[in-house]
Design a protein around this ligand. Sequence first.
Ligand code: CA
Ligand code: CA
Length: 299
Amino acid sequence: MTNMRRMLGAAGLALLAACGGEKGPEPDIKLLDVGFADPESVLHDSVADVYLVSNLNGSPLDKDGNGFIARVLPSGDTANMHWLGSGGNRGMLNAPKGMGIVADTLYVADIDVVRRFHRVTGAMLGEVPIPGSTFLNDIATGPDGSVYVTDMGLKMGGGRMEASGSAAIHRILPGGRVQTLAKGPEVGTPNGIVVDADGTVTIAGYTTGEVVRIAPNGTRTVIPAPRRGQLDGLVRERDGALLVSDWKRSAVYRVRPDAEPEIAVPNLPSPADIGYDARRNRLLVPLMTVNRVEIYALP
Ligand SMILES: [Ca+2]
Ligand SMILES: [Ca+2]
């Protein structure tokens, strides 16, 4: 027991917990002061066995040409901070967020387009404009090679975010055609997305705080989520549970259809689009506003 805890006693500890000082697992690897700039998303490229970290470098909606993607080794070595985008020699990115991989193509959501790069060489392979979109956020890939992308449907208006009316889930079919799967109030402000083998889509809402599953036939099921959360990243663990990050409580929660949500990792300031390394059962957490990435071994 630390002196601090001895002094506080049980009541003080409860107070400390209520203030966000919950006890939780320590990160295995903490990457700070390595050059990240508003890191929004981490993706495990399981073939290359490398972590990709997208960096907004500024506002999430500015077309400023300075975004970049870093390659980080599972050991924590920042192998190439500017692998793609500004400072690198491959391509242009504005405010890159969610990423997904189909075979040797890396897809990156970037405001209103999905950019394509070669997963190995980093060569630019063109872009897919998403008609009407204003705030593309996360990407997930389906079993047939489709790429799913959320549009939070927000835009800047008078110095603050407001609804643009474009909130939707879009799907880029393997041939490149863009299809809108769901749109309107029923999708809320979709941020994180997961797609299952049967085509069921699960989304995490940033302003609605809801985790919602939408089956291929359109059936909508709400999964118990942290109350009034501001949800961002969503991943599925090896055992099938979902992990979702919540800006409101600075935590990553474990959620299941039939159980109350539980905190998996507390004390995470601005936890954005989390990633998952299934090989090592690790949670990969970009802490966007403090320019850090933390890596946790999950039980
Ligand atoms: Ca930027
Ligand atoms: Ca996100």
